[in-house]
Design a protein. Structure first.
Lengths: 261, 354, 299, 354, 261
């Protein structure tokens, strides 16, 4: 198998029609650091895209641009084929792009329910600018979302700092699923997680497709990436260096590609 | 430096907030089997509960020792002076929850009423118009504090230390050389009229506390304040405009300090540009005693109220106890530390039991 | 003890002046066997806290109150209230500017601040040269009433002086604080940028100003220095010739006499009476006699 | 809250120190190709360098504007009053690097000389013995600050706020009612004798700065101080007794504050219990202007010196510039903020160039 | 293969003689949480022991006790067969037990050289209590240690915050190797690391044995654990639930054991 499988992947895209989101020639400079060279990237409907690469390859940078957390230096984003400008993560969320960041995804002091709804609090009633949150609904819906993930959590008022790492990742996933996003971006969601909890997170991710949610899955564990993804994109030093359908490669191929890069 | 006291039920991690995320895996058994706690056990595990216990203990001790402390006359006095400190503590507590400091409240406490005084007594501006103008001034000061801090990326400790000097100086400029008599303020009664046992200012204080309590604890914006102070990056990633949240908190803090200053000026009928000197430390102490974390993300309005009451009561109770003047501040210092210690220990004690 | 008296004042505990007042009060209380408490403030001149302390004393139903009336309006209500409740209140150290007409206090024991400022400036002017006179007034912190009143008195004299003096009379008020190094730095900086400076008049201890002149290498008396209150460094400054005048208002008496008066009023129903504790000008000529007393904390 | 300024060359992470560990992977390209920088480019990338530039700029501006600022007489004055503030800033800087605060320095600055004065002038204790006793007292105060903070787990902000009151009160108790003339101190000359242009206190200051600079920057214990303030848990895991490090820093901080107070009392010959009121904020401002992080782990002795010089010079220079009394504090406040901003910006500018 | 293979492992111990370090019946309570039930654990000469288990199983607790960072509630530690009391991590380091903690292993603001020598600074000369560090030696030795790991680091004065995650782990390993410890404990050393950097860390760990250093290797990646270890200990809820020689189990067995636990 050759590293240069971009054409095959392109064919796959065509088969799936207009991608859900696409990045066209985006690049990113942080001051003097060119973290991302001009790159194309897309996520199709009902597709899980694996994103792999060395530390500092630009994976997080790429997905932060898709998530609206950073602005690209060049290039633009398209959603459903239409160019969009994402001025904040809120814009991206509104368009159905939900992200689980590699670090700091939650406010540890706050409860599960509050964490799920931060920035999108259900409002019971408003008195002018004072919008009172609907606590009942928050607890209820938070529990409902969390229960589907089968975590043994019974109280949505538990502060997140009381949860295990796996439980936290599950809550973040529940958050994304609750808002019926179209694309869920997971940046190394299984770090620090045990075999059991990792399996749960992988399970939940795999089940996203049942709900018609696409995903981007970033991990340094090639077994996981290979198991989860339909298509895999490899990056190195800010470049996309390979793009391949899952069936075209083995875990060992992936190791080799990354080992050589 | 050093995390805040009164966060019972959670282990203290050396690395602070970020560490508590890091230690995710260590905490997996943190979810107690009794997840459905009774309301009571939930209540006693809150830091405000131990602050409240402190309050009861202090009150009982002073009453037993002096015999006067809880008298009609003395409680009346306490309720008269409480709102002026208490309103400032409300603002500073909210700002500290959002993760920032304000050392300039003491100066704003003078600047706003002094400007009001100068506008009306010296320039004959209509009192209502002047009131609107000076409240606008308070908001402007808060905005400058916030904008300078956030845009230039310097600690709010420094920005507001600068503002402490600037606003104090401005309040002296405002009253100018020769002291003028206080003008008549038609809204004076609304703010401070004496009903016998209480004054209007107490009603304002309670009203503000309720509104701000609802806003902070039950509104979406309040949720954002906690999120911003708790973990700014996460809040930002979740689409919260943390800059807006912080600037709002800075502005609210200045506004409340200014309002409290106006109340004090109207009550004492003394337009003195030295008002509120040193208030900043008292106010931060009140917030911290009430369970607000110096590191942001933790705190409550009830705690702010209890902290303000404690600061005022300790001072008054010591006067009542006829503590020798020379030793007075020794007692004050010890009591402040003791109340925070009891607060922390009580919090730990009750959270261990749940 | 028979009675409980409270002494409610406006300063923080750091001032040696108030140490002497406290000492006078304690001595009187010991001699008369009454229970006395002096209530200091956390912040110098915090009128809101002073009023609070006054109200707390009333709530405590003490038998008599001594207070300093540092504002013409703020204390009126509380003092009237106390007297209505049968608690005698007398003023010490600072009085209402309209005296008995402005406040219900029964009597006043102390010094007229504004007048004392006027008198200090007048005393210093005796040594001013005939030609141009340039004065700097250290107003310490004009936000504080006592400082502002003394400053006002000094300025009133300088205005009068300007009318009669042959040469030009100019002056400027600065706030150099009374923190020793800060004041020294600021006075020194001022003197350097005004080489023709005639005098420094300070509304508090003037020894930092004297120190500034000394450290600048000026000859003693080149710049006249005057201020208030007698503490050991002030006496040193007067002896060294770098300070010319200090106004002594006999703080011991301001602590002693009000207690005696309250005691007399309670015990024997005697009426109140005013006392002027003086505006003694301490100079190199009379310093030695006074120093002996000062060492015992009486002057 | 809010990370410190003047840490050029490293990205500011929202989560502060812990975050900078977390973001390990994001930083992998942080290692610049020019790892072997020249000494010069290394020097200009330090926060102290920009503080030094600030100093030069401020000096030049004042000199040009006033014409007197750098005169013999004025520099002599500045060098006379500098050590008293500067010595305190040294201690507070080291304590802040170790990750803790001290608000009680202003009170200790009075307590120690007042106790010395009382022991000698009132009780006739031998001056040398008294000196040993009061320096012991300073160490004890620092020990109490540290032990209470660390053993009870409350923020040092609160502990030392309590100590601020207690120590001030004690210094008033010490001198009692009647002011006594200063006793003769045979060691007075050693501390403050005037050599003409400079005083002995300046030599002490420079000597202390050199010794502490070597201790902090070149000794193993200094390494532990930075480690403790930078990441306490990691330091502990590496076998550092972080408690001992912090308590040592607390004790040193009090000791230096007490020594500075003694120097001031001996120089001015004025035993006033009000000495050093409000010093704490000035000192912390000096430390921060000199590049010390409020969050610990970052700072330097050179920065502490520059910060102290700036604080003293700004005050003096403003009077020389004949700034109106009423506007004086406005100028002071603005200059403090401006100097920190320039510090940060200069730091960023130079670190970008390396 | 059955989970209960303790006897086999015991035989292995006997074969290797007195263990380097052994924990005898140690347990740990944090307040009301019993993080570790009475447990035996040992590391032999020239042996790499894998330690696996669920999140919260007590792995970090166990190794923190061996590292002297925590005191056991019950039980004791033996080094070379002799009972020891570890009052601090310094005691353990002195006995040759070096640990790479799961979190916060370094002071980010400080340089590589300083980080390596924290607490064990080489002293050039002493003036009474003032012990001046030997900077030259620190830089030199730091570079030497780091170079052996082949990281492309050329300046020991670089602050650690400027390093990549993999470089950091390598510095920590270099620290442990520099002090010629007898046992190196690695608590999840490859978290957040890319395939390439993970491989480097695994390589370095494998090479420890060449230098006669034993190791304890904790990870949630069973492939890594299996590849590295001579013996594997599994834990669950504070108990040791299995102990097996590497040859007795496959990666799949490990997954099964942990999945069922
Ligand atoms: N906010 C930032 N400012 C400056 N440089 C940054 C920033 N974020 C990332 N970088 C740099 O950009 C490059 C790409 O980083 P990025 O986080 O995208 O890598 P990554 O592929 O996600 O790596 P990892 O697998 O370690 O998470 C790195 O060199 C990093 O140092
Ligand atoms: N300092 C502490 N105080 C209180 N409880 C703690 C502390 N450290 C750990 N625990 C608890 O002890 C239990 C065991 O934690 P430990 O960190 O040993 O697990 P672990 O096996 O290392 O898990 P992971 O794989 O997630 O790192 C957990 O329930 C955890 O919450
Ligand atoms: Mg990443
Ligand atoms: Mg662990």
């Amino acid at each position: 198998m050759s590293v240069n499988v971009l054409s095959t992947a392109a064919a796959a895209v065509a088969a799936r029609g207009t991608p859900l989101i696409a990045a066209r020639g985006i690049s990113k400079w942080y001051g003097a650091v060119n973290a991302l060279k001009p790159t194309d990237f897309h996520v199709g409907r009902n597709e899980i895209v694996g994103l792999v690469g060395d530390n500092g390859a630009g994976k997080s940078t790429l997905i932060k641009i898709l998530a609206g957390a950073h602005k690209p230096t060049e290039g633009h984003i398209e959603v459903d084929g239409k160019p969009v400008v994402l001025n904040s993560t809120r814009d991206a969320m509104r368009l159905g792009i939900e992200t689980i960041y590699q670090y700091n995804a939650m406010i540890p002091q706050m409860s599960i329910a509050r964490n799920i709804f931060i920035g999108r609090e259900p409002i019971r009633f408003s008195l002018g600018p004072l919008r009172i949150m609907d606590f009942d609904r928050m607890s209820r819906e938070a529990m409902k979302s969390v229960e589907t993930l089968d975590l043994g959590l019974r109280d949505a008022d538990t502060p997140v700092s009381d949860l295990s790492g796996g439980q936290r990742q599950a809550v973040v996933i529940a958050r994304a699923m609750h808002f019926k996003s179209k694309v869920l971006i997971l940046d190394e969601p299984t770090n620090h997680l045990s075999v059991k909890e990792t399996n749960k997170v992988l399970d939940q991710t795999a089940r996203l497709k049942e709900q018609n949610i696409s995903a981007v899955f970033i991990s340094h564990n090639m077994h996981h990436v290979h198991a989860m993804s339909d298509r895999i994109v490899a990056m190195a030093r800010g470049h996309k260096i390979a793009e391949m359908a899952k069936d075209e490669v083995t875990v060992e191929d992936l190791h080799r590609i990354l080992g050589e890069s | 430096m050093n995390t805040a006291p009164g966060v019972p039920g959670r282990r203290k991690d050396a690395g602070g907030q970020a560490a508590s995320i890091l230690h995710a895996s260590q905490l997996s058994s943190g979810l107690k089997p009794t997840s459905r706690k009774s309301l009571w056990s939930k209540a006693i595990s809150k830091p405000e509960f131990s602050a409240f216990l402190m309050l009861v203990a202090v009150f009982a001790a002073f009453q037993l020792y002096t015999g006067f402390f809880l008298s009609y006359a003395n409680t009346r006095l306490l309720l008269t002076i409480l709102p002026e400190l208490g309103i400032v503590v409300l603002g500073v507590t909210i700002l500290m929850i959002a993760g920032e400091f304000d050392l300039s409240v003491g100066s704003v406490f003078a600047l706003v009423p002094m400007t009001l005084h100068a506008l009306t007594a010296r320039y004959g501006v209509d009192p209502y118009l002047a009131l609107v103008l000076v409240l606008g001034l308070a908001l402007l000061v808060g905005y400058i504090n916030g904008a300078v801090t956030l845009s230039l990326g310097i600690p709010s400790f420094i920005t507001t230390l600068g503002m402490l000097f600037v606003a104090r100086s401005m309040s002296i400029v405002a009253v100018g050389g020769n002291p003028l008599a206080l003008a008549d303020y038609p809204f004076g009664d609304v703010l401070v009229v004496n009903f016998g046992y209480i004054r209007a200012s107490l009603i304002w204080y309670v009203g503000l506390a309720v509104v701000l309590g609802v806003w902070l604890h039950a509104s979406d914006f309040g949720n954002w304040i906690f999120a911003t102070g708790g973990q700014a990056q996460a809040a930002k990633d979740l689409g919260i405009n943390t800059r807006r949240v912080k600037i709002t908190a800075f502005m609210l803090c200045s506004l409340l300090a200014g309002l409290a200053g106006i109340i004090q000026m109207l009550r004492t009928k003394a337009p003195l540009p030295s008002m509120g000197t040193g208030l900043e430390l008292e106010v931060i102490a009140g917030a911290v005693i009430g369970g607000t974390a110096l590191t942001g993300g933790v705190g409550s309005i009830i705690g702010a109220i209890i902290g303000a009451i404690l600061i005022r009561s300790i001072d008054n109770g010591l006067v009542m106890s006829r503590v020798n003047a020379e030793w007075f501040r020794t007692a004050l210092g010890v009591l402040i530390v003791v109340s925070v210690v009891l607060n922390v220990k009580a919090g730990q004690f009750f959270s261990r039991r749940r | 003890s028979e009675y409980r008296f409270n002494y409610v004042m406006h300063s923080n505990t750091g001032q040696p002046f108030w140490g002497a007042v406290n000492r006078g009060m304690q001595d009187a209380c010991k001699q008369l066997n009454v229970d006395c408490q002096m209530l200091f403030l956390d912040k110098d001149g915090d009128i809101a806290q002073e009023k609070t302390n006054l109200d707390a004393s009333i709530a405590q139903h003490v038998d008599g109150i001594v207070t300093t009336i540092i504002n013409d309006d703020v204390m009126d209500e509380s003092v009237a209230d106390a007297i209505k409740q049968g608690i005698p209140v007398i003023a010490a150290n600072v009085d209402d500017s309209k005296h008995g007409a402005g406040n219900a206090r029964l009597s006043f024991i102390g010094q007229d601040l504004e007048q004392a400022g006027y008198d200090l400036a007048a005393e210093m002017a005796k040594s001013f040269p005939d030609d141009d006179v340039q004065v700097v007034v250290n107003g310490v912190d004009l936000a504080q009433a006592w400082a502002a009143q003394r400053t006002h008195g000094i300025e009133r004299f300088l205005q009068d002086y300007k009318k009669i003096h042959k040469g030009n009379v100019t002056w400027e008020v600065i706030e150099a604080t009374y923190d020793t190094p800060t004041e020294q730095s600021r006075i020194s900086a001022y003197a350097q940028s005004n080489p023709n400076l005639t005098a420094v008049i300070d509304v508090a201890n003037a020894f930092p100003a004297a120190l500034a002149m000394q450290d600048l290498g000026y000859a003693a008396g080149k710049v006249k220095v005057g201020g208030f209150d007698l503490v050991p460094p002030v006496m040193d400054a007067i002896k060294s010739g770098y300070q010319q005048v200090a106004v002594d208002q006999q703080p011991y008496l301001q602590g002693y006499l009000p207690i005696v008066q309250l005691f007399m009023m309670k015990k024997y129903n005697l009426g109140p009476w005013d006392v002027n504790t003086g505006k003694a000008m301490v100079t190199k000529d009379n310093i030695d006699a006074i120093e002996a007393l000062s060492k015992e904390g009486i002057r």
